[in-house]
Design a protein. Structure first.
Length: 143
């Protein structure tokens, strides 16, 4: 069960983050999230509810162990959908606002650059975000 939930949850998070990344960085954070959820929201909702209903129908079997597993999986997938669309979405909004304010990762810490050995060394910033923020890539990063 944990591996099933991790797979479904990571897929939902990937779909949401990919939709946000495909929006125009020049738009406001609110507009980017609105546009991204317009594309990703129905996909996440349909797949999660389909999985939830499939396991719920599996809970009608006469085998007690299989019934318990299916009903537990159905509830878990519904809760996972709720968590992705609430808590994870808040984190995505927070990161989208960070990008809009043109601050870097690590809460904008000064140690987060490509030339230092601290933190992420700028490796978490995509080329699209670097261009938007006006950050020059080092020769090492370009190679």
């Amino acid at each position: 069960m944990p591996f099933l939930l991790i797979g479904v949850g990571v897929d939902d998070m990937f779909v949401m983050c990919n939709a946000v990344d495909q929006t125009d960085l020049k738009k406001s954070a609110k507009d980017r999230i609105h546009e991204a959820l317009g594309h990703a929201g129905p996909a996440i909702t349909i797949t999660s509810m389909t999985n939830c209903l499939a396991f719920a129908f599996g809970g009608t079997t006469s085998l007690p162990a299989l019934r318990s597993f299916c009903l537990f999986a159905s509830v878990c997938i519904f809760m996972l959908f709720f968590l992705v669309m609430s808590i994870f979405l808040c984190v995505v909004v927070w990161d989208t606002r960070r990008v809009q304010n043109k601050t870097r990762e690590c809460c904008g810490a000064c140690a987060c650059s490509e030339t230092t050995i601290f933190c992420c060394c700028g490796s978490c910033t995509s080329p699209k975000q670097k261009e938007f923020c006006g950050v020059e890539e080092s020769d090492k990063a370009k190679a």
